[in-house]
Write a protein that binds this ligand. Structure first.
Ligand SMILES: Cc1ncc(COP(=O)(O)O)c(C=O)c1O
Length: 391
């Protein structure tokens, strides 16, 4: 059966980072891009139509926050996550990483400590160190096929300077969807040590069958009061270029401080087209998302089967969510740098080299599967050719 996701537009020559910057960044030629986290798919037609209508009006002046956008976000959270949020609790931001950066800026002082759990989305490192805060790492524990958080180690690294835990939930790049039990245990420590939790939940809509995303703020009243949740429709509906995101801050004092900070820094404006896209995506994009999720899970299965059959030295870490697949390449016995060169020169393939997610990621590669099955096949065939040449 064919799917709308089998058909993709040619993105080359469209100022796409994924397609047009790849050769330069990876120092190769005609590389097949399965790296940066955006999709090769068009956004849902309902979103495109809403944007076209907005563009048709031809006026792009300053927008004002609208109740209809609030209500689209609220209904989406309720429908998908059973999370009831007041419109007042929403604070719009122009990107999740910029929001995290501003939260750290506002709620810590230089020298304060912020904890991250590598291997993790690489801006988590610089978003802390660029502001002269101390980066504290609590690496995930990997048992050869599964990742978990190291709560004992976490306790041991917290001291009076530790102010924030920056959580990635679901976790990019390892594909974990944290269970309620895991999150509750983590929450206990955060409460005991009075940590503010930034919960980056940008991947929360991309969850596989058998798993459930639990928003950190919904774990308990205490967590609700100490969590700032960062979300966006950008990963879910391929809208990253519109730089539209939001935070959910239930604690009124934290919210007031953050809003005042954004105003003082002149960061309280938002993209009018992004708001239109977000409203349409949340109101009308659910069927598209469900179709995407089925297609994506088939992509994952396809890659697993292919790799198991043809490239047994590479191990697929079973993802529970996200469209990013984490590949354990330890048995190839190459350093991250050697593997990157090999992939570029021999496979003509651009994956995200695991080392960028922290030293724990050294033997891994991350593969973006938000693309057509044909595109997945192309990437795998290129990889196999290089793999076969190793023998
Ligand atoms: C965990 C995580 N947070 C944030 C982002 C980027 O968010 P934004 O483009 O809104 O800054 C990504 C993109 O891949 C991500 O994986």
């Amino acid at each position: 059966m064919t799917s709308r996701f089998d058909h993709v537009e040619n993105r080359k020559g469209t100022n796409s980072m994924k397609w047009d910057a790849v050769d330069k960044l990876y120092e190769g030629e005609d590389l097949w891009p399965m790296w940066v986290a955006d999709m090769d798919f068009s956004a849902p037609p309902e979103v495109i139509k809403a944007i076209q209508e907005e563009v048709g009006r031809g006026i792009f002046g300053y927008p004002v926050r609208s109740a209809s956008v609030d209500s689209a976000v609220q209904s989406w959270l309720k429908k998908r996550l059973s999370w009831e949020v007041d419109a007042d609790e929403l604070v719009y931001t122009s990107g999740v990483v910029p929001a995290i950066s501003q939260i750290i800026n506002r709620f810590t002082e230089p020298g304060d400590k912020v904890i991250i759990q590598p291997p993790v989305y690489y801006p988590f490192f610089n978003v802390v160190t660029n502001q002269d805060r101390q980066l504290i790492e609590n690496p995930l524990v990997f048992d050869g096929c599964h990742y978990r958080m190291d709560l004992e180690h976490l306790r041991s690294v917290i001291d009076h300077k530790t102010k924030i835990l920056l959580l990635c939930s679901p976790h990019n790049p390892v594909g974990r969807v944290w269970t309620e039990e895991e999150l509750q245990k983590l929450a206990e420590i955060c409460i005991e040590h009075d940590l503010l939790v930034i919960s980056d939940e940008i991947h929360c809509d991309i969850i596989f069958k058998g798993h459930q995303h639990i928003p950190t703020a919904t774990l308990s009243e205490e967590m609700k009061q100490r969590t700032i949740t960062c979300m966006a429709p950008s990963k879910t509906f391929n809208l990253a270029g519109l730089q539209t995101s939001y935070t959910i801050i239930s604690n009124p004092a934290l919210r007031r401080k953050f809003k005042n900070h954004l105003s003082r820094e002149f960061l309280n404006m938002f993209n009018s087209i992004g708001a239109v896209a977000m409203e349409a995506a949340y109101n009308e994009g659910e069927a598209w998302l469900e179709e995407f999720l089925s297609y994506l899970q088939e992509n994952v299965q396809f890659v697993k089967t292919y790799i198991e059959e043809h490239m047994p030295k590479i191990k697929v870490i079973q993802p529970e969510g996200t469209y990013l697949l984490w590949l354990d390449c330890s048995d190839l016995a190459m350093t991250a740098q050697e593997r990157k060169k090999w992939l570029t020169a021999q496979a003509k393939l651009a994956l995200s080299n695991g080392i960028v997610f922290g030293k724990e990621g050294e033997p891994f590669e991350r593969m973006n599967l938000a693309c057509s099955r044909d595109s997945v096949k192309e990437g795998l065939e290129r990889l196999k050719k290089a793999y076969d040449s190793l023998k």
